[in-house]
Design a protein around this ligand. Sequence first.
Ligand code: DGT
Ligand code: CA
Ligand code: CA
Ligand code: ZN
Length: 579
Amino acid sequence: MRIIAAVPQTLPRNAELAERFELLADLLELDGADAFRLAAYRRAAARIREAAVPVAQLALDGKATRLSGIGGTIEAKIVELSETGDLQALAKLRDKLPSGLVEVMHVPGLGPKTARKLWEELGVDSLDSLRAAAEQERLRALPGLGAKTEEKVLKALSAPARRSADTGRTLLGRVLGAVRQAVEEIEGSGLADRVSEAGSVRRRRETVRDLDLIATAADPPALTAFLAGRPWVAEVVAHGPTKATVVSHEGLRFDLRVVPPESYGSLLQHFTGSKHHNVALREEAVRRGLSVSEYGVLETESGETFQAADEDAVYARLGYAWIPPELRENGGELEAARNGSLPALVELADLQGDLHMHTDWSDGRGTLEEMAVAALERGRRYVAICDHARRLRDGRLEQQTEAIAALRERLPKLEILGGIEVDIRADGSLDMPDDVLAGRDWVMASIHSGFDGPRERLTERLVSAMENPHVDCIGHPTGRKINRRPPYDLDFERVLEAAVETGTFLEINAQPDRLDLMDSHARAAAEAGAGIVISTDAHRVHELDNLELGVAQARRGWLTKDQVVNARSWKQVRKLMKS
Ligand code: DGT
Ligand code: CA
Ligand code: CA
Ligand code: ZN
């Protein structure tokens, strides 16, 4: 029930400001502006989106320039947006360009220059007119475009990822910190007896729509009021005695429910979901004469309701072992919990090393030493430095190897491995000769371009890379980018077969927008007997913290410690490697 209506909100939220700047950058790019300006707006958008304080207010106070990436020009634009709700610069561009062109520009394989040409030459100004032009084979009339482009465009427009690209789901990696902070603040308030995350974030789904919190409290209205009054809350959507829904300045939506202590277990179970897990659980219960709801377990015959203060009591009453939230997707976990065969899932603390990271020797931002020290601080015992081969030509690889050797002297507690990340070229060959690879401690091979080839070609590229005796692990094997790009069209079974046959490991890349392998693929891979490596692919120090996202994905894929290669010491990993 909604008791208090939304608090009037006059200033634009950070997420809204960020969107405006992204749109401005997109339109400028279509308009042919220089790359430097675009980069400045995009950087500002990213900075605003992540800020924990209301940037509109900061700008009005003349303090937004304290944020990195925000200078006077951008601050003035934020003020303009806050005061007028729009930007003159945007209005001008909107007059000049059709708005649907931005979407056209984002179709994989097109980009701003082509989008502009399509508009000028063919009148394409929206996804619909683009589809029509492709279907009528009119794209091939333009220089540089052909039948293949038409095919690609039509494929992109019909791909599910295209349609769900704007699902409004946020990456897990962007929300975990905020959820932890909210839980800590509620704990610290002294107003709650118990509090837990629930919903998709507790299940560690790769994206979430909103963030659910469950708590018990002696004075529930005081607790909902506490949440509504947090300084990071931009908008109170609903606020009642036992419920509050708020939106943070970062645009994250929190849903807090305060529940009676005697049914905390049942409610936490219910609101953790997933819906499919709950539905299956209820159906099984009905067959045993039990009716499950968020309030408890009702024995139909006796009419007695069992209330549970703890979640494991709910599962126990229904004849199950407690099920880790990551497994609650109706993927066989109920059966396993009934017959005692739930896997002992891998944990972050099990991981001993990180076998994929970059430094400023290639496209990373941290120095070798910064990355190594930071990894050591995070408890890693070994790391593999895997800079891109293409940036290590002309003797640079040898120089880096020397630098690594010198660093080893200074950091004796960390095993620093001289790795490398090679590109798998279109023909399946690698961009570094075998005799060089033979000298590396650890070799990652990844596809970084030409993802849109036919299924057989992409599959064969991966297979031939795996057949190379020096390749230890395939990086981000399916190439997907969450919300942006679907996985490559792969014969995944064939890839697994080759991984097992050749003894090549497959990575769970822990970058928040990759999480590649994804949960279901990781599960299939581990079942097939392939070794899984969970790595950060960190390009800067703080990205080393992403390892927990990879572990979450592994847990959702039912992986045990044994199935994770880098849950071993480096010495043991070496025994598992080919050759
Ligand atoms: P999200 O928010 O889309 O990322 O995913 P969830 O799982 O957090 O979904 P949400 O926030 O709508 O609801 C939280 C939990 O409440 C959900 O995981 C299971 C439970 N729930 C919601 N709707 C239903 C329903 O219609 N039936 C059942 N059995 N449970 C539901
Ligand atoms: Ca949710
Ligand atoms: Ca919810
Ligand atoms: Zn990499």
